[in-house]
Design a protein around this ligand. Structure first.
Ligand code: TRP
Length: 333
């Protein structure tokens, strides 16, 4: 943080870097030591990965960010009005928070001050976004939390009684399978009080071509983002992956309603990972599954909300109806 930001308006709850490295090592050993192989997607977002993801968000093929921004640009005041009085805005997986600005502005128009609580696994993204937000909004206070969603839930449970809205944007819900999404939303619901609202950005089911291009763009940025996971193993765990021995793959499975993302081995190979004392064997054509991105129908959105004890208060779409923003409340409130 530079001296231009007022330190008293900013606090950061740090994550323990040793614990983070240990959990990465453990996840890699587990995911590559079994068959079929996989790596958890949250590790895509180190500093390099977060920068590449920002680049993805600007790609012509990646419509999600633009569609969600379009809704916020048109409807931020309406969303703020529907959410009611709000002194705290909590965001799960805040990233660069560039879309969140639109809501911060709307809430600041309606109230005197606002506390923003961004929770993100990337410390670099938290630091950069906080710096620019504090510079732009003198009535904003930021309490940043570095870490996984679990820490965010702890904050939600511990926090006293300011009226608040919780945001989970970018269709990050899609990176959970449907049962886990319901389970996670149940935990959020349990931490919500009667007047609290939850705003969830959810990408909608659509044609194969749009979806596969969104996750496999012509300029290869998404491929680099995915391959960065192997580069990260090389950097942090002494891995010996050759990135050009893998290709990025995105396949839409309509029945399951998800885009499956993997790295496919271009040849038979053996890769040593020094810090894990492990040699990973891959056959030609074998996949390392890195992420699923689930898409929803309106019925599926209502279902996942209901399973979590939540209900949809209102929802908004972009003009082309590719993406939805859903305002949820406790079903029993
Ligand atoms: N949450 C984003 C999504 O599902 C993440 C993402 C976009 C992603 N492109 C990707 C993850 C490519 C892995 C590979 O849309």
């Amino acid at each position: 943080m530079t001296s231009t930001a007022t330190p008293s308006r900013y606090t950061l709850l740090e994550s323990d870097p040793h614990a983070q490295r240990a959990s990465f090592a453990e996840a890699v050993a587990q995911g590559l030591g079994t068959d079929p192989k996989s790596l958890p997607c949250r590790f895509l977002y180190d500093a390099q990965g977060s920068d590449l993801f920002e680049e993805i968000c600007r790609l012509p093929e990646y419509y999600l960010t633009r569609a969600e921004r379009e809704i916020l640009e048109r409807r931020a005041d309406e969303i703020a009005a529907c959410a009611g009085p709000c002194e705290e805005l909590v965001e799960l997986g805040s990233g660069s928070a560039s879309k969140t600005r639109l809501l911060i502005e709307a809430f600041l128009r309606g109230g005197r001050r606002l506390r923003y609580v961004p929770i993100d696994i990337s410390r670099s993204a938290l630091a950069e976004s906080a710096k620019s937000l504090l510079g732009d909004y003198p009535r904003l206070e930021i309490h940043a939390i570095a870490g996984e969603y679990e820490r965010g839930l702890r904050h939600l449970r511990a926090d006293a009684d300011a009226p608040r809205m919780i945001m989970w944007l970018g269709s990050n819900i899609g990176n959970f399978d449907r049962a886990d999404a319901a389970r996670f939303l149940t935990h959020v619901r349990d931490a919500m009080r009667e007047g609290d609202r939850l705003l969830v950005g959810i990408d909608l089911r659509k044609d194969r071509r749009s979806l596969e291009r969104a996750y496999d763009d012509a300029s290869g940025v998404t491929a680099r983002f995915n391959l960065n996971l192997l580069a990260r193993i090389n950097r942090e765990l002494g891995g010996r992956f050759e990135l050009d021995a893998f290709r990025h793959e995105a396949i839409w499975r309509a029945r399951e309603g998800r885009v499956e993302l993997s790295l496919v081995s271009r040849r038979d190979q053996e890769i040593a990972i020094r810090a894990l004392d492990l040699v990973v064997k891959l056959r030609k054509g074998e996949r390392i599954h890195t992420e699923d991105s689930f898409k929803y129908s309106l019925k599926e959105i209502a279902e996942v909300a209901r399973e979590a004890g939540l209900c949809v208060v209102t929802r908004w779409f972009d003009a082309a109806e590719r993406f939805s923003l859903n305002l949820l409340a406790r079903a029993d409130a």
